[in-house]
Design a protein around this ligand. Sequence first.
Ligand code: NAD
Length: 478
Amino acid sequence: MSQRFQSYINGEWIAGNGSEPDENPSDLDRPVGEYGQADAVLTAQAVEAAAAAWPKWSLSTPQQRADILDAVGSEILARKEELGRLLATEEGKTLPESIGEAARAGQIFKFFAGEALRIPGEKLASTRPGVDVEITREPVGVVGIIAPWNFPLAIPAWKIAPALAYGNTVVFKPAEIVPGCAWALAEILSRAGLPAGVFNMVIGAGRVVGAAMVEHPSLDALSFTGSVPTGNGLLRQAAARGLKIQLEMGGKNPLVVLADADLDKAVECAVNGAYFSTGQRCTASSRLIVENAVYDEFAARMRKRLAQIKVGNPLEAGIDIGPVASLAQLETDLSYIKAGHEDGGELLFGGERIEIATRGHFLEPTLFAAKPEHRIAREEIFGPVAALLRADDYEHALALANDTRFGLCAGIVTNSLKHATHFKRHAQAGMVMVNLPTAGVDPHVPFGGRKGSSYGPREQGRYAVEFYTTVKTAYTAA
Ligand code: NAD
């Protein structure tokens, strides 16, 4: 077992120094396995291996890269049930959600297999006679990838696949609590035909491995998804040494419900967006902003619907919500429930831990009637805890929706074309949803936010080319 989760450096599996148990948040007495811990020295070796492999890999043909990424995508898709089971066990999403995420990861590899063959460029007429101007895209170099735990297959996929597609080499650091999914993905990549050093994975603590990666002079770019404090710290380090960086961070996403909305649809959007995946999605609807005229009716329907939600082992059929992913996250959730009470919020549903047959981090879906200034209405919680806010009218709802330092996703449920159109234009967010939950995006279009949620170019879809390539302008005279 101790050999199972090793780091992958320069084409070899390396055990590292010591190991840590990989917790199963649904059954604390049955860990997923043990995983070796890499240190700063191994991390430096991984970056150096990636730097040594880059000159040749950067000149590989688009077809070679497309074939490898396509094969990786096919294998992930063929094994989506097995990978989904691992994800559900390790991270705690329900099995259908986990299988869906595994499939998403496979589709992303296939999408970028195609993109490797479609690297864009331009040819323009020069302002000078007899001169041609070509604008081409070249790989950036060694790309560091630091990922969070909440989408342990999809987020690594949407960073690793474009990095490789555009000819970069990779050092990937997964989050501490999901080494199993990272290992499974690395194992597939290790058999896909990549030359040694092109893809490396280093398992270990963020403050050790992540820090060593970002400080290494051979790292050319860093793509990070995670919390605001970690991201802002990395941004300062990157600025100090001129490192290209992309950050996807937290959210406090609003879902506005107008008086003209189909309330059944509004409740389903709210329950899905706020509570599915245990509320552990950066795009989760953690602020439900409801127009006064339907506020009481909406609150009553939410209570009724939440009473039907089944929390339990994510591998069991019929379970809607699995456990909180870790003890640390559970403690954060409980501290915000306490803050909800302390700030004068009215608990409308939930608020308590749940015991099941196994020891795990289970928590009731929790809804507070809150005021905009309450901590639960302002700070990212990242758990199944939502704040219900009252709005006088559409304008007030929009103002409340934008009254946040975050700007990842904003949703509205309405039958008014006028308000939907206005909201799409005026919501201060990178993504807007009309009559849909705030969480749940397509893999082939840009993903990312504004304000304190994101920094740098968008991820995913054709827009990923911006971060993973650098532009060259070449002038030619006959
Ligand atoms: P986190 O910031 O604690 O950790 C993210 C990653 O950074 C982990 O791999 C961690 O090991 C690493 N890390 C920690 N300290 C580091 C350091 N000093 N140097 C380098 N790396 C370091 O975040 P998390 O708890 O894993 O994830 C939850 C957060 O991620 C939430 O805030 C959520 O909103 C955000 N998230 C955002 C998006 C998005 O696309 N906007 C998507 C998913 C999750």
